[in-house]
Design a binder for this molecule. Structure first.
Ligand code: MN
Length: 233
């Protein structure tokens, strides 16, 4: 048996709706710009250029419930509501026609973003990790197995803050649908069981404040509610 010089980190995981076994999270990939209206609001051309990806640490994924901390080093924490795809079967250079066979399930997640740090990173041509990969930056609902709900290609995706709807769109509006995302990403890396993918956000991203009540979801998949905690002292 392998022994370690310090205790190994606990396995990052997500709960599964309706059963006690959890889904072990291996890597967290995120798609930039996948809804035309959000690409436009960020000042980009919504033409169908190839999707691009960034990553969060596996343990950035936390339950979308209770209190989610307001992170340090930002004065502009943004919400991005997203469809989350969980990979159950790995592969490389996956054919879009069979890509959905690799999906274990789906969830609704929030790609929390320190927008002010992202703006600096873009301007300075620096990596996005500091803007995207901070602790608790990926609140996510329990996963729902595709064996139960199939592979939703449409459905309302929304998020509200203190009762006001901020982002609202439909999965059908994605520039790159889930099979295309899996096909592209698996050309770059070998996808493995446990990988999850945040698939981009519709327009309406905006700032969160400590104490904000955040609710959201995707029709037919999951919904959530959490509160933003106090700023770090
Ligand atoms: Mn995002």
């Amino acid at each position: 048996m392998t022994s370690y010089v310090i205790p190994p980190a606990p396995q990052a995981s997500l709960p599964v709706d309706g059963q006690s076994e959890r889904f072990p999270v291996r890597r967290v990939f995120c798609v930039g710009r996948n809804y035309a209206d959000h690409a436009r609001e960020m000042g980009n051309d919504p033409d169908r250029e190839p999707p691009f990806f960034f990553a969060k640490p596996a343990d950035a994924v936390v339950p979308a419930e209770g209190t989610v901390p307001y992170p340090p080093l930002t004065a502009d924490l943004h919400h991005e509501i997203e469809l989350v795809v969980a990979i159950g079967t790995g592969g490389v250079s996956i054919d879009p026609a069979s890509a959905l066979d690799h999906v274990w399930g789906y969830a609704a997640g929030v790609d929390l973003t320190r927008r002010d740090l992202q703006a600096v990173a873009k301007k300075m041509s620096r990596p996005w990790e500091n803007a995207k990969g901070f602790d608790a930056s990926g609140p996510t609902t329990p996963l729902v197995p595709a064996s139960r709900i199939g592979h939703p290609a449409s459905g309302r995706i929304w998020i509200s803050v203190n009762g006001d709807v901020r982002q609202q769109g439909d999965l059908a509006e994605q520039i790159w649908a889930v099979p295309d995302i899996i096909a592209h990403l698996s050309q770059s890396v070998r996808l493995e069981p446990g990988d999850i993918i945040f698939t981009g956000t519709p327009a309406g991203v905006a700032a969160l404040q400590p104490g904000d009540r955040v609710e959201g979801g995707i029709d037919g998949i999951a919904s959530f509610r959490f509160t933003i905690g106090d700023k770090a002292a």
